[in-house]
Design a protein around this ligand. Structure first.
Ligand code: FAD
Ligand code: FES
Length: 247
């Protein structure tokens, strides 16, 4: 984990979401993997944890997607190309990925960025993404046609009308995905519903807990596990759901 500067090269917005493409000369920043996050400077006392959406070593590019929900994410949303930012990372353990395993990755709202990154690193035939939102405004059009993505919206504006649970049921019917490992990232209610509906599947989830320091000293992000309390920022944020007491 390192501290340094990143430079905003490009920004695209889609309703409340912004995709921010930064350039960096910090080589260590480019060691990020799917599930890694950075603590990004905001106009708040504390930096904000944001998942890496993509990391392109050769071009020195780091990409993030933020949803504006409060002061910090609104500051990030309002950045403009040319702006510099303090960043600390890459942090976190990332998703445990095995080469020949099939995965169903479920992202709700701002939980989709790690799976965009994952889609760039695993074989296409091994990954089905379920991307859920309340309305079309929550589904940022980032995936190409060649990636297997099942979209669900509660409003039914695009994709399957329903929740990610309906999308996951469909994903499990795909040939070869009957015993896929579940990966999830999103609101706790969504993660709980996945656990309740698919209790027997191996399932790793990336927790979006509040984080203050982001490097293991404040204990602001602790979670109760079978082996006692763990810090989401350094021991996670990805955990096997069967180890987490709250699920
Ligand atoms: C590892 C990790 C990766 C993340 N990746 C992303 C990402 O890629 N993109 C993204 O947009 N966000 C991501 N988040 C979430 C983001 O960091 C928080 O939403 C952020 O703290 C919001 O800051 P804010 O100042 O904008 O809002 P605040 O003023 O802190 O909060 C605004 C409102 O949202 C609620 N809220 C804030 N954070 C949380 C939370 N964690 N859980 C439940 N409710 C909350 C508050 O209670 C309040 O009502 C990630 C979080 C973690 C821990
Ligand atoms: S955020 Fe401080 S210990 Fe995790």
């Amino acid at each position: 984990m390192k501290q340094g500067k990143i430079f905003l090269k490009d920004k695209k917005t889609y309703f409340d979401y912004a995709i921010l493409t930064f350039l960096t000369e910090e080589k260590e920043f480019l060691e990020a993997k799917p599930g890694s996050f950075f603590m990004l400077q905001a106009n708040t006392l504390l930096k904000k944890p944001i998942s890496v959406m993509h990391c392109h070593k050769k071009d020195g590019i780091l990409k993030f997607m933020v949803k504006k929900i409060g002061k910090g994410t609104e500051f990030l949303y309002n950045l403009n190309p040319g702006d510099m930012l303090d960043a600390m990372g890459p942090s976190g353990n990332g998703f445990p990925i095995e080469e020949n395993q099939k995965y169903i990755a479920i992202g709700g709202g701002s939980g989709i960025p790690p799976f965009y990154f994952l889609a760039k690193t695993v074989k296409k035939e091994n990954l089905t993404i379920v991307y859920g939102g309340k309305t079309q405004k929550d589904i940022v059009p980032v995936f190409g046609k060649s990636q297997s993505v099942i979209i669900t919206t509660e409003s039914g504006e695009i994709g399957i009308k329903g929740t990610v649970i309906d999308g996951i049921k469909k994903a499990f019917t795909k040939k070869g995905f009957e015993n896929a490992v579940i990966l999830s990232c999103g609101p706790k209610g969504m993660v709980k519903a996945i656990k309740q509906n698919f209790p027997d599947f191996e399932h790793y989830t990336s927790l979006e807990n509040y984080m203050a320091c982001g490097f293991g000293v404040c204990l602001g992000c602790v979670v109760e596990t079978k082996d006692g309390y763990k810090r989401a920022c350094v021991d996670g944020p990805v955990f096997n759901i069967k180890d987490l007491k709250e699920f």
